[in-house]
Ligand binder design. Sequence first.
Ligand code: 5GP
Ligand code: ZN
Length: 160
Amino acid sequence: MPNTAAAQRACPFCEIIRGASEVSLCYEDATALAFMDIQPVRAGHVLVVPRAHYERVDDLPRAVGLHLYDVATRLIPVIQQVSGTRDMNIVVNSGAGAGQDVFHFHVHLIPRAAGDGFDVPLPFPGSEMPDRTRLDAMAARIISAMRDPVAHATPAAAPS
Ligand code: 5GP
Ligand code: ZN
């Protein structure tokens, strides 16, 4: 859903931001806030969220994205300290096909420990190691698209 008034009314994070629902806030500034995930992987699981409603990573203005990264890097050592672990996953799910459930962009900061049962399984066990020529061909396509400003346009939705 785009950044419309209807999208914002239906959005649980916009509801938090306008003070209409309960939240355990751990950081805020004019552009971003961070709060405890309601169903944490482990104690200390934080979501870093822009105040404005952007759905996906490619909807975010670059300055907002950089700011969220800056906030995340300031929170990470603090979360490590209070949760007593240095191991972390930094996760963004952008789009339903990538597992996004709340369609207000957010960055998960997830403290981890061996045996906690959570996993981001990479390399993906269901994938193969492609031939080097295929890796090189994809790298070349990306290099060429980076040089072409048209290639930076938001990709069209995949046909369903
Ligand atoms: P996603 O799959 O969209 O990346 O993850 C959404 C995350 O938001 C989940 O980890 C979920 O527990 C968390 N979440 C969903 N609704 C709320 C809420 O109302 N408050 C808080 N604090 N977290 C929420
Ligand atoms: Zn929202």
